[in-house]
Design a protein around this ligand. Structure first.
Ligand SMILES: C[S@@+](CC[C@H](N)C(=O)[O-])C[C@H]1O[C@@H](n2cnc3c(N)ncnc32)[C@H](O)[C@@H]1O
Length: 191
């Protein structure tokens, strides 16, 4: 999702925080229900990462699933997105399970490993997909999985194929291709 409005320092491909309403509304929650998408991929007690979390509908679902013993790291390069997620997390009483992390466009900048990572509608916004995928690969525990989802309205089938080929190059295998409305998706496993 793109716009030329907002912070002039941000790459024009980045979905600006002013469009957060398009990401955390009821219609989307129905079409792309985060609890349903994530239910079989993560479990109670895990440490998981939502990269490019935006206003956080997936981070919140992750927090519900990992429970009190688990941790969600919600990372985004826009502080305004993280602030919006904090507000939602407080409203749901989930803020203690969600660690907000502000990253750079070319570096996630974490020094810990996670069981699962999500990159939902964000890889087409990063400046270097191969470097990004290498970064995520390094943050996953062996056998850990990355669910990579891209919007059909911004990413062609060929473009998505290229991203998956890059993921294979940096050390992922494709474990599954989940069906998600309006999306192209792959569940990638670190081998
Ligand atoms: C289209 S939004 C998707 C938000 C969320 N994943 C969702 O599906 O609701 C893309 C988000 O990725 C973030 N983003 C873009 N490039 C990024 C990068 N290199 N590192 C971290 N976040 C990034 C943007 O700031 C924006 O919040």
């Amino acid at each position: 999702m793109t716009t030329s409005n907002g912070d002039p320092k941000l790459d024009c491909k980045v979905c600006k925080a002013g469009l957060a309403w398009a990401l955390d509304n009821r219609i989307r929650m129905r079409l792309q229900n985060p609890d349903r998408i994530l239910a079989k991929l993560i479990r109670s007690g895990q440490k998981v990462l939502d990269i490019g979390c935006g206003p956080g509908i997936f981070s919140l679902a992750m927090a519900r699933i990992v429970g009190e013993e688990g941790v969600v790291i919600a990372a985004d390069l826009q502080q305004a997105m993280l602030d919006r997620l904090r507000m939602h997390a407080q409203a749901e009483g989930l803020e203690s399970r969600i660690h907000l992390h502000k990253c750079e466009s070319d570096r996630i900048g974490l020094n810990e490993t996670v069981d699962f990572a999500l990159a939902f509608y964000m890889v087409h916004e990063v400046p270097n997909a191969e470097a990004f995928l290498r970064d995520v690969h390094g943050l996953l525990k062996p056998g850990g999985q990355l669910l990579l989802v891209e919007p059909k309205f911004h990413v062609s089938a060929a473009g998505f194929r290229k991203t998956i080929d890059l993921a294979h190059t940096v050390g992922f295998d494709t474990a599954a291709e989940p069906q998600i409305v309006l999306s192209r998706s792959a569940l990638l496993r670190r081998h």
